[in-house]
Design a protein around this ligand. Structure first.
Ligand code: SF4
Length: 439
């Protein structure tokens, strides 16, 4: 039995795709192993958002070669689509597959025989029109279920449309069938995943369904305890979606909503499709219906033309906003996007300082959100981890909880009272009151 190992960089979507590709290998009789277990085949799923994607990719290839110099190395993923030639020149790479090819890799790389020269099978991105469904089953607790791929927006900083192609989706019917498969396993939480998930519903270039249709349909699937939406653009997060999730049996009170800038001039330059007033309105609507809802925010600092005053505008906007944490990205130039051509390059040092300020703000927001939750009762889904004798899990509204390690708790939903904030930022719970929930 030939052995295959996977390495995934980047986002939840990549993880769901690696997981599905690994199941394709298992169906063909390959054995999935860890990198260290001398695999015959190494599959590296890359990301284009990662800084130094090229260096990271080369490092992993070197590692693969040192583990098994005769191993076959194939590179797939966003970075493979964007820079196939550069990747093919990394010593030790046997094949590079683009977005339209990656799900056919077993068929295309027939037998995984090391070639004389690197095989590059990366069509132009306009060829990536098929939707390939995917979901991850990495640990038993949580699954990333891919429902949408690609993006039709043209944000000035983003390479994703070039790496993943146009917006396209699975049908609600297919997704429900995957969701039922997942429900039949032990997995308790499904995270709906996509590039621009709010744009869900385009099939063969035509809009046939809406994201809210999916939300309503999947809420009915028995056997899934929790459903989370990974990230949704503010302009696509409608009142209907917010209202439905607020009364849903399974959708948890947690949204992750990219803002990118709290300064309207910068938002326009970024080619985002909303202004900060709309964003604020979305947050207010959510908090009005779900006061305990966790809200995460993506922000980019140091975008070209962002002056110190513009940054302070973003800072103050976020400081006033009732949100729970930030994901801060330091702007970095990406080839073939509009932003690097724009005036007003922000010095790297300044970008880093702004990033630091927002990371401190994020910590403050998170602590404040956790404090607001102390004393309340919540359900925690415990994960399979152990650190200094403690295990962890998340409440429905994404408070990270720590409890004494107990293997019986892994993948269990338990009702707890949130007691206090630990030094490391997690929340301690009242363990004696733990009661098992029925699955
Ligand atoms: S919405 Fe903008 S940032 Fe998000 S994937 Fe599409 S182009 Fe990129």
């Amino acid at each position: 039995m030939r052995k295959v190992a996977f390495y995934t960089l980047g986002c939840k979507l990549n993880f769901s795709e690696t997981s599905t590709i690994s199941r394709q290998f298992a169906e063909k009789g390959y054995q999935k192993v860890e990198f260290s277990e001398t695999p015959d085949i190494f599959i590296i799923n890359t990301c284009s958002v990662t800084d130094n994607a090229d260096k990271k990719c080369a490092k992993i290839v070197r590692e693969a070669q040192s583990i098994n110099p005769d191993g076959y190395v194939a590179i797939i993923g966003c970075y493979a689509q964007l820079k196939p030639k550069e990747i093919s020149e990394i010593p030790g790479v046997d094949a590079v597959l683009g977005a339209a090819e990656k799900f056919r890799l077993i068929e295309l790389l027939d037998g995984f025989v090391k070639p004389e020269t690197t095989q590059v099978l990366a069509s132009e991105i306009k060829e990536a029109t098929a939707f390939n469904n995917a979901y991850s089953i990495n640990d038993r607790t949580r699954t990333f279920l891919k429902v949408q791929d690609g993006c039709n927006y043209h944000c000035a900083f983003c390479t994703i449309p070039l790496a993943r192609g146009k917006s396209r989706s699975d049908s609600v019917e297919n997704i429900l069938s995957s969701a039922r498969e997942i429900a039949a396993t032990e997995v308790k939480e499904v995270v709906l995943t996509g590039v621009n998930i709010g744009d869900f519903g385009i099939q063969d270039g035509k809009r046939t369904e809406r994201f809210v249709d999916l939300v309503k349909a999947i809420d009915e699937v028995e056997g899934i305890d929790r459903i989370r939406i990974s990230s949704i653009e503010p302009n696509l997060l409608t009142n209907e979606i917010i209202e439905f999730t607020s009364s849903s049996k399974r959708f948890v009170p947690h949204f992750h909503i990219p803002l990118q800038s709290g300064n309207n001039k910068t938002l326009r330059r970024m080619r985002r499709r909303y202004l900060r007033e709309l964003y604020e309105d979305r947050i207010n609507k959510i908090k009005q219906l779900m006061p305990n809802c966790c809200i995460g925010v993506d922000v980019i600092v140091g975008f070209p033309g962002e002056t110190h005053e513009d940054f302070l505008d973003t800072y103050n906007f976020l400081n006033e906003l009732n949100i729970s944490y930030l994901h801060v990205f330091t702007y970095s130039e990406r080839a073939n996007t509009a932003a690097p051509e724009m005036e007003g390059r922000v010095p790297l040092k300044e970008r880093k300082e702004r990033s630091k300020m927002l990371r401190i703000l994020s910590e403050k927001k998170k602590q404040q959100f956790y404090r607001e939750n102390l004393g309340s009762t919540a359900t925690v889904l415990f994960e399979n981890d152990i650190e200094n004798g403690m295990m962890h899990g998340f409440t429905e509204n994404y408070v990270r909880v720590a409890a004494k390690y107990d293997p019986m708790l892994i993948n269990e939903l338990k009702t707890v009272t949130l007691k206090s904030i630990n030094e490391n930022g997690t929340v301690a719970v009242e363990e004696p009151e733990m009661v098992f929930e029925k699955h």
